[in-house]
Design a protein. Structure first.
Length: 102
């Protein structure tokens, strides 16, 4: 095998190995000034971050609605890969409000 093909093979393997299986998310609540940081697997359900955030805040699980930067709601069973979340992205935790009065 030539030196050129060996270096190409090493470079290719390095790229494959550099794809992280985890993602770091920043979660910001509507009443918080600082972000909370969570690290999770790219193929894990977002339910895990939602549950952890609720526990840290000391509230029931369904107190918050979690939104992507574009304002779309995050479903519990979605994964970071499905949502195309990149390492370091921020999601928002908004207080859940039931609609209407009366």
């Amino acid at each position: 095998m030539s030196t050129m093909s060996k270096s190409n093979e090493v470079e290719k393997n390095a790229k494959v190995g550099s794809a992280s299986t985890h993602v770091t998310l920043k979660v910001k609540g509507q009443d918080e000034k600082e972000l909370r940081v969570f690290r999770m697997r790219r193929n894990a359900a977002m339910r895990k971050v939602m549950n952890c955030y609720s526990e840290v805040r000391g509230v029931e699980y369904n107190t918050y609605v979690f939104l992507l930067e574009d304002g779309s709601r995050i479903r519990e069973e979605s994964t970071p890969d499905e949502l195309e979340i990149k390492d370091g992205d921020q999601i928002d935790a908004m207080l859940h409000q039931d609609g209407g009065f009366g």
